[in-house]
Unconditional design. Sequence first.
Lengths: 131, 327
Amino acid sequence: MQEFISAFFGDYSVINGYVPLFIFLLVALGFAGGTLIAALIIRPHKPYPEKLAPYECGMPPLMEAHERFSIRFYLLGILFLLFDVEAMFLFPWAVKYDALGLFGFIEMMLFIAILLVGYFYAWRKGALEWA
Amino acid sequence: MAWFAIVLIKILVAFGALLLLAAYMSWMERRVFALVQVRYGPNRVGPAGLLQPIADGIKLMFKETVVPSQADKFVFFIAPALTLIPALAAFAVVPFGDTVTLFGQKIDLVVADVNVGILYIFALSGIGVYGVVLGAWASNSKYPLLGGLRASAQLISYELSLGMSLLGVVMISGSLSLKDIVAGQADYPYIFLQPLGFILFVICMFAETNRTPFDLPEAESELTGGFHTEYSSMNFAVYFLAEYCNMLTLSAVAATFFLGGWRGPLLPPVLWFLIKIIAFMFFFMWLRASSPRLRYDQLMAFGWKVLLPLSILNVVVTAVFIYLLDS
C-alpha cells in the first residue's frame, strides 16, 4: 500500500496520514447512502394528493414557500465570511506563537485591533440588530 | 499490508462504536427525560428498554416516506446524507485511547492523526450546514424554510466563537493535532489554563448542535419541527442520527481540548474517554429537560455581541500571558 501511494504522490509521504480519513469518509458515505437507498427499496409507497401537500397545520397551502426572505440573512452571511477568514488567519499564528515572540504578538494585536474597528462599525450601523 | 488492515479495523471499530453510541444516546435521552419528569420512559423493549433504539430503527426503516409534491425530489433525498456524512467523518481525527501494543504492532487509538485535525473538524461542521439548509429549501414548505434559515444563521454565527474559543488551547499546546493536544495535558487538563475558553466552547457547542436553550431551528412549539418538518421515515432518522453524532463529536472535542481526552487515573483510557463523552451528553439532556428556549433576537445578540468579543478577549489575554511567562 505504501509503495502504491508513493508511486502516485512521490515523496509527499505526508499524504499517508490522510488515507484513513479518506477511507473513513467513504465508509460514512456508504453508510448514509446505503441506509437511504435500502429504505427507498423496502418501504411502502401509497401517495395521494392530500398526503403529499406541504404541511401547514391542516390548512390547504396558500402559496409557494420559495419566497423572498429577510435581507438580514445576507448581511449575516457577509459578516460571517469576514470573521471566519480572520479566524483562519489566527490559527497558523496560534500554532507558531512561541516561535514568533514579540513581533508576532504585536502584529496580531494590530490585526485584531483593525478587525475590532470593523466590528464596532458594523455594530453601530445596526448590522447586528434583529428587532 | 498489515498497516492497511490495522487502519481498516480501526475505522470499522470507531465507526461502529460511534453509530451504536449515537443510537443509544436516543435511549439515554428518553430515560433521562423520564427521570426528570418523574415517569418511566421506554422500559418495555428488552431489559430496561435497551432494545428500544433497534426497534425504532426497524420501524423507521419500514415507514413510508412522504415527499411533498412541490419538493425538489433529488435534493430532498440527498440532504439528510449531506448532514450525516460530515457528522460521522469528523470523528476520525479524535483520539479515543492511548497507544496500545497488540500482536507486536504499536497502534495509536485514533483513526487518522493529521496535523490539522481541528481544522478538519471545523471544515466538516461547516459542510454540515448545507444538509440542513438544502433539506429545508428542497421541502418547499414554509415551516422548514423558516427553520432552515434560522439554522444557517445560527450555525454560522456560533461557529465563529466555537473556532476562536479553541485558539487559546492551540497557542498553549502549539499544535492543531488532537493527539499532541492530549499529549500536552499529561500534568493537568487545559481547563485550568483556559476556563473562559471552556465555557465559551460549551455554550457554542450547544448552539452548533441545535440543542436547548438554542434549539430555535427545530422549535417544536412554533415551527412544528423546523427544517425536518416534511421529513419522515428513514430520511428523518438520518437527520436525527446526524444530530446525535454531532453532539458526540463535539463532546469528544471538548473532552480532548479541555478535559485531557482519554487521560485519567485507574480506569483504562478508552473507558475514561467514554465517561467524559457521556458526562457531556448527560449535561446536554439535563439542560434540555430543565431550561427554556431563547428568543431569536436574543440568540443572535448573544452570539455576536457577547460570545464573539469574549472569545477575542480570551485570545488576547492568553497571548499576553504566554508572552509574559516566556520572557
